[in-house]
Structure formats: C-alpha cells, structure tokens
Design a protein around this ligand. Structure first.
Ligand SMILES: [Zn+2]
Length: 303
C-alpha cells in the first residue's frame, strides 16, 4: 500500500491527498492467482509535482512577507496550474509519471512493433479484426472498455483465447476522465480491472486513459493497482478520419523497432464505402511490418 497521506500541494483546486476510502483495494476473489501478480509499484512524486509544491509554498511565503507582491505570487500559482494541466493534455508526456510511448529498449523484444486497438470490443468490427490478425499470424493488444467487456463477454474471451491481450481502458470511457478526482478515477480503473479479470481470467497489466488525457492523481492509482500507463508512438486518428490512406500513412510513416501504434475497433470511422477504417488499414500495416522484417508483438511481451 502506498502511503499518500502527505499533501503535496494543490492541483486543480483539490488537495493531493488520497485516503484508503478514496481508492478501495481491488478485492476480486480471483486476484492473486493470475499472471503478472506482484507487489504494488512504489510511488513517489515526480519533479514536476515537487516543483509545483515549491511554487505554492514560495508564492504564499512571498505574499506574506511582502503583501504588495501578491499579484505576482498569484500569477506564479496560475502558471503552475496551467503547466500541470498542459502535461495532462499531452498523452505522450512523461511529466506526470512513467508512460510507455515506445517499447522499452531493454525489453528483449527484437524488431517488434506493438499494435494497440482501443475502445472495443465491438460486435461488428472486432471479429473481423481478429480474422485479419489471424491471417497474418499477428498478435495485438486490445485496450477495452469495462462495460463493453461485460456486454460482449464471449467476444472478450475470444480475443484472449486467440492469444491477444486485453488491457484496461477504464470502465465507461468517460469523456471527463481527466477531470475526475482520485476517488472517481480509481473507481473507473478498478471496476474495469475487476470486470476484465472476471470475464477473461486475465488481469490487465497496462492502462490507457480515455483520449490519453489525465491529471496528477492517475500515477499513484496506477502504482497501487500494479498497472503501467501506455500511450503510443503514433496514432492514425481513425475515429475521426475516414480516409484509410491518410490513417495508414500516419501509422506506417518511418516504422521502427519499438513503435507502439494506435488504432480503434470501437468508435471506428467509416470510409466512403461504409467500411470501418481499421479494416482497410490493418492488413496494409501488417504487410508493411512484414516487409520491414518487424514483428507485431503485444505490450506484455515487452515486459
Ligand atoms: Zn479510447
């Protein structure tokens, strides 16, 4: 258990103080006998959070010692809040905690590229994605939404039975996820964790925030739940861009060993012929990997 009882300053107007009640321990009866079980990652504040605490203390001290400087002190605090918020709006940022935007160099996975597929399972799209992956003998990482795993439980089990991995993409994929406090954020993550474990028998080891947006509360929650944050090296914006050529080029441009690529089977945009964009992009992407002698691997294989 990570002790987060020490206030570290205020972010978004909320004290960064987490209690046991804010973030309940997952108590699934199945936990403990699954792959990847281990101790919580020790959590300690990152330099940005120490700097933020120093700005707050310094601003308060300056305003007390020399009251006429209060506008400058207030400005410093406001600028600090903006910088922390900006870090949370930058999905590939490392400023708010460890974040896989590439496969780690020491992973031992040589010539590997991780294809990650978000927002499913989707009863129309996911089975076709699974067929395309099987045709290429490829494995992928599916960042699934908890409520969809519960609703399409057979499909979730099929994903795992075919050798792919399902990871945690929150329970409801709330669009205001990055604005949640520690209690709400922990509930979203731990409920998905429990649902995916109960449906598939496999405990997620990675988390990806909805739209990649987060705030400083996230990293201590992930540490306690033994989850690693994963973003991506490149994404195709395939929920909003219906042009398969454009999506493909964004992903396949300068493919390299260690890339993490993002596509969507849930919320997939439809191309001009009505086909989900991922189904037009994925076979071309897998061919491009093969041509460069790069292997499609899962994130877990790089642990
Ligand atoms: Zn998503």
């Amino acid at each position: 258990m990570v002790n987060l009882g020490t206030p570290l300053g205020e972010f978004f107007g909320l004290a960064l103080r987490m209690t046991h009640q804010d973030a309940p321990e997952p108590d699934s009866p199945q936990q403990g006998n699954n792959d990847g079980e281990g101790a919580s990652r020790p959590w300690s504040p990152l330099p940005l959070l120490y700097a933020s605490a120093a700005v707050h203390v310094g601003a308060a001290a300056a305003a007390l010692a020399r009251p006429h400087v209060w506008p400058w002190a207030l400005g410093a605090v406001a600028a600090n809040h903006l910088s922390v918020a900006a870090a949370g709006l930058w999905p590939r940022s490392q400023l708010l905690g460890p974040n896989w935007s590439r496969l780690p160099a020491h992973s031992g996975v040589a010539a590997g590229v991780a294809i990650t597929i978000d927002d499913g399972p989707d009863p129309d799209v996911t089975p076709q994605v699974l067929s395309q992956l099987a045709e290429h003998r490829a494995h992928a990482t599916f960042f699934c939404v908890g409520v969809r795993v519960e609703r399409y439980s057979d499909l979730a089990r099929e994903i795992v039975s075919r050798g792919h991995h399902i990871e945690n993409h929150s329970h409801r994929h709330r669009h205001n996820f990055s604005l949640l406090g520690p209690g709400g954020m922990a509930a979203e993550i731990s409920r998905a964790q429990d649902s995916i474990l109960q449906v598939t028998g496999s405990r997620p080891q990675f988390f990806r925030a909805p739209a990649g947006l987060r705030n400083p509360f996230l990293d201590p929650i992930l540490a306690r739940l033994q989850l690693r944050l994963a973003s991506w090296t490149r994404r195709g914006f395939d929920t909003v861009n219906a042009n398969a050529d454009t999506v493909y080029r964004r992903l396949a441009n300068s493919l390299q060993d260690g890339d993490i690529l993002l596509l969507h089977d849930g919320n997939a945009a439809r191309s001009s012929n009505g086909k989900p964009v991922i189904l037009e992009v994925l076979p071309r992407l897998l061919d491009a990997l093969a041509a460069k002698r790069l292997r499609p691997v899962t994130l877990r294989s790089a642990l």
